[in-house]
Design a protein around this ligand. Structure first.
Ligand code: SF4
Length: 235
């Protein structure tokens, strides 16, 4: 079979063990050399992880970093955030935009204090029961705060997995399959690094418009290599 033309069909969507291992090893090696040092990677505090994840929705990392520090200085815990007036929280959030996010964070803080004594639960079902915590955020909290092998699927991860393992069709209509891939590919016990690596690889190497295909460690297994903008699904 030619490079990058591994078998993956609708009935059997998951790559075989050898392909999985090659992908995992190459991604983790790439991450060891190129991974970003971000402030929320130096903590396992679930509140800090949640704040970073909510801020990173729709906002670039370099804009999030100063606001992340400012927000946590002002509201160091779920209790502090829950007690703060919503208007003040919205003002503190400025100018990040997409202003439903501080309202969601505030509501999650109130619920965490009321139902869980100020400590975010670690179970997927409990997390998903919060208004404002969806499947991606629940996976990120379980993975980055509680070190569990929980899958994530944001825009970057969706793009990377679709390009390497599927290539055809619109990634946005294949979310169930991509979630399945994201879960199946995690090397046991390494969910934290693997998920961070996937996000960095999508943000820095396999980017939406100009992916770095030539030096890419995935090119021999990538179904989209070499990337051509016109034929690729848009994510
Ligand atoms: S070869 Fe190109 S399209 Fe494939 S994973 Fe690497 S950067 Fe992305």
């Amino acid at each position: 079979m030619p490079p990058g033309r591994h078998k993956i069909t609708r009935r059997s969507p998951l790559p075989d063990r050898s392909l999985k291992r090659r992908f995992q090893q190459r991604l983790l090696k790439w991450y060891a050399a190129h991974g970003r040092d971000l402030p929320w990677r130096n903590t396992s505090n679930p509140y800090h992880i949640l704040v970073s994840e909510v801020m990173l929705q729709q906002t670039q990392v370099d804009r999030v970093i100063p606001k992340y520090h400012e927000f946590l200085d002002r509201y160091p815990s779920f209790e502090d955030l829950a007690e703060a007036p919503v208007k003040e929280v919205k003002n503190t959030w400025y100018p990040l935009g997409y202003n439903i996010r501080p309202l969601r964070l505030h509501s999650i803080a109130c619920e965490t204090v009321a139902r869980y004594d100020g400590k975010l639960p670690r179970g997927a079902e409990d997390l998903l029961s919060f208004k404002g915590i969806g499947r991606y955020t629940a996976g990120a909290i379980r993975s980055f705060a509680f070190n569990e092998d929980a899958p994530i699927l944001d825009t970057n991860v969706m793009r990377v997995l679709h390009r390497i393992f599927i290539a055809k069709g619109d990634p946005k209509t294949q979310k169930a399959r991509l979630w399945e891939l994201s879960e199946a590919l995690i090397p046991p016990g390494k969910g934290y690094d693997f998920n961070q690596a996937l996000m960095d690889f999508g943000a820095m190497s396999c980017t939406a418009r100009n992916p770095s295909c030539r030096p890419c460690p995935m090119k021999s297994i990538c179904k989209t290599y070499p990337f051509k903008a016109k034929r690729a699904g848009r994510v």
